[in-house]
Design a binder for this molecule. Structure first.
Ligand SMILES: [Zn+2]
Ligand SMILES: [Zn+2]
Length: 264
């Protein structure tokens, strides 16, 4: 059977999100999704909170909708890479990049390097890119509306085995009203958590954005139309302006910064 769903969602247990598990379940039902893959901020949760969040997912999962527990672990500063473990129920303890990936694999989960766009000052090293099961080539929160960024897409060119995955990174009710929500279309024998995780791990999925199938390994039509160069240029100007303000001690509201990231 073919099942649709979303990857990389946060709830209030992540501390920086206001969505509840109930909100996500209601949204998924309304969209006809069969699964929601969580990726809660592990570094902001206690071990008990991780287990409680998994129990919450189980309590709300039904025959036709799975909330699949997952964590997003942050590597300590200055690297701050985010690695999502899909289907990992026990708290991730490792904080070193490769150790996190190994721990996710040992737990039967799928490891995904989240939003590589974010690591501008410390790009993800080759050994990490080689180690993860997948790369979040497109993240709706960081990569705007136009599709995967060229420099991130290029990471897959030398890694044909790496999963090219698109993330929703939903935090707040507003995020649920986005038309561009990236959707995973997965092929499974029956709707069960282990089946969905195994199908993703084996690459038995495709991606849809704005209702259209997209191949994240190729420049998306939207990117071509919008002009990636122009977009990067505008982003550079906006980022320069923000740095200038940072330097003189003016901090823009996080809401504005996020809105700007989406636009470019
Ligand atoms: Zn993240
Ligand atoms: Zn996230």
């Amino acid at each position: 059977m073919i099942v649709r769903g979303v990857f990389h969602c946060h709830t209030e247990v992540s501390k920086d999100a206001t969505l509840t598990h109930e909100d996500l379940a209601a949204f998924a039902r309304e969209q006809g999704f069969g699964f929601v893959l969580l990726g809660e901020h592990r570094d902001r949760m206690t071990e008990d909170e991780v287990r409680e969040a998994a129990a919450r997912c189980d309590a709300l999962s039904t025959e036709d909708l799975l909330l699949v527990p997952g964590q997003e672990q942050e590597v300590p500063a200055p690297l701050k890479f985010h690695i999502v473990g899909i289907g990992v129920r026990e708290p991730i303890l490792a904080t070193e990049p490769i150790a996190i990936v190994d721990e996710i694999r040992a737990a039967g989960g799928v490891s995904v390097l989240a939003h590589p766009t974010r690591y501008r000052t410390h790009p993800a090293p080759a050994d990490l890119l080689d180690a993860v099961d997948g790369i979040e080539v497109f993240n709706l929160r960081y990569d705007g509306r136009h599709g995967a960024r060229e420099e991130v897409r290029a990471l897959l060119e030398t890694r044909p085995e790496t999963l090219a995955i698109a993330g929703f990174d939903a935090h707040d009710p507003d995020d649920l009203r986005r038309a561009e929500t990236p959707v995973l279309v997965v092929e499974v024998e029956r709707l069960a958590e282990a089946e969905v995780v195994a199908a993703i791990s084996a690459g038995r999925f495709t991606i849809e954005m704005a209702g259209e199938p997209v191949d994240l390994r190729r420049p998306t039509p939207l990117v071509r139309r919008a002009g990636a160069g122009l977009r990067r240029g505008l982003f550079g100007v906006a980022r320069g302006a923000k740095r200038g303000l940072d330097r003189i001690g003016i901090r823009l509201p996080e809401r504005w910064v996020r809105a700007a990231r989406r636009r470019f």
